[in-house]
Structure formats: C-alpha cells, structure tokens
Design a protein around this ligand. Structure first.
Ligand code: HEM
Length: 176
C-alpha cells in the first residue's frame, strides 16, 4: 500500500493531533491526581477525584486508539513500514502497551475513584496509586515523540533483510 502525498499529509495531521491530545489528557490526569493528593480544601479534592473518575478514560483511550490506527496506516502506507525501522517498531510497542494498560488497569479502577470523590473520608482508597499512571504514560509518550522526530537506530533485522532481498532481485533483473 502506498499513500498518495495528499492522503499521507491528512493522516499525518490526524496522527499528530491525536498524539498531542493524548499527551494533553495525560497532563490533565497528572494535575487532577496531584490536586486530589495535595489540595488543602476537601471540596477541591473531592472535585478532582470525581472529575478524574468520570471524564478521563474515554477521551484518553479514544486518542490512544486514533494515534495507533493512524500510525499503523502511515507505517503501512509509507516506506517506514511497521517493523522495518526501530523507531516505528518501538512506538508501536509503546502505543499498544499504553492502550492495554488503560483498558486493563485504569478503566476498571475509575468507578472507585469517583466513589471516593463523592464520599471522601468514609471510603478507603489508596490515592497514591493514581500518581504513577500519568508519570509512566507521559514518559513513554515523550519518548515516542522524540523517536518520531529523531528517527534513530536505523533498520530492524527484518528491514535490513528486506533491503538485501530487493537488491538481489534488482541485480537479477539487470543481469541477462
Ligand atoms: C505512541 C504514540 C505516538 C506518538 C506520540 C507519535 C508521534 C508522532 C509524531 C509527532 C510524528 C511526526 C514526526 C515528523 O513528521 O517528523 C509521527 C510520525 C509518524 N508516526 Fe507516530 N506517534 C505515535 C505512535 C505511532 C505508531 C503506533 C506508529 C505505527 C506503528 C507510528 C508511525 C508513524 C510514522 C510511520 C510516522 C511518519 C509518517 C510520515 O512522515 O510519513 N506512530 N508520529
């Protein structure tokens, strides 16, 4: 599959916008988790947990899946491939890992966060467990952004083997 330049640009815009939205939502999660943990006013803490438990997961998962879908499309539709270059393969791993963590770990815990925000002291809840998710996610998404811009590490073994195969095929066509 080879994307036409105009289509590639359109998918790339969607890819970058979804990645940016995902990072923005992660920053919001960090702000809400930090407010819930550190604010003096119980009303503010309650509001932070209720917002965290109610609004965050759906837009976060949506932007993660759009980023994954457009990334896969760009990989398949351009010379980059999916596992031809290390920078794309690592980003694929990061994106799949983070979306899986959202579905398996973050989403099931959100009703308890909201309930804690609504009742506050009577319900027991380990609020410090909400600090790690945005830290891990922001670190990995920043790494993915750096990889996208610098495109380091060259080809994977599979990518190099593909180039060698193409070179052999080309020289076979040239020699009568
Ligand atoms: C993990 C989250 C991701 C982030 C934050 C991210 C970010 C970005 C950014 C900022 C660019 C633009 C780079 C530039 O034009 O110089 C880009 C391009 C690209 N991304 Fe991602 N990406 C992510 C996931 C993925 C995934 C999962 C794939 C595919 C498996 C992928 C494949 C690509 C490809 C092939 C391009 C280059 C497209 C082109 O220039 O034709 N990305 N990405």
């Amino acid at each position: 599959m080879n994307l036409r330049p105009a289509h590639r640009k359109l998918w790339l815009v969607l890819h970058i916008v979804s990645a940016g939205a995902w990072i923005g939502i992660d920053v919001l999660v960090a702000v809400l988790a930090g407010t819930g943990l550190l604010a003096d006013d119980p009303g503010t803490r309650s509001l932070a947990y209720r917002a965290l438990g109610t609004f965050v997961v759906c837009p976060m998962l949506s932007s993660g899946l759009v980023c994954l879908g457009t990334g896969v499309l760009l990989g398949l539709g351009t010379r980059w491939g999916l596992i031809r270059y290390w920078w794309v393969a690592v980003k694929l791993g990061i994106n799949v890992l983070l979306c899986t963590l959202i579905i398996v770990l973050l989403r099931p815990g959100m009703p308890a966060v909201r309930a804690y925000g609504e009742t506050m002291p009577p319900t027991a809840f380990d609020t410090s467990s909400l600090v790690m998710p945005p830290i891990v996610s922001l670190t990995l998404l920043s790494l993915a952004t750096v990889l996208s811009v610098y495109k380091p590490w060259g080809r994977t073994r599979r990518g190099a083997a593909q180039v060698a195969r193409q070179a052999t095929a080309r020289s076979a066509v040239r020699t009568p």
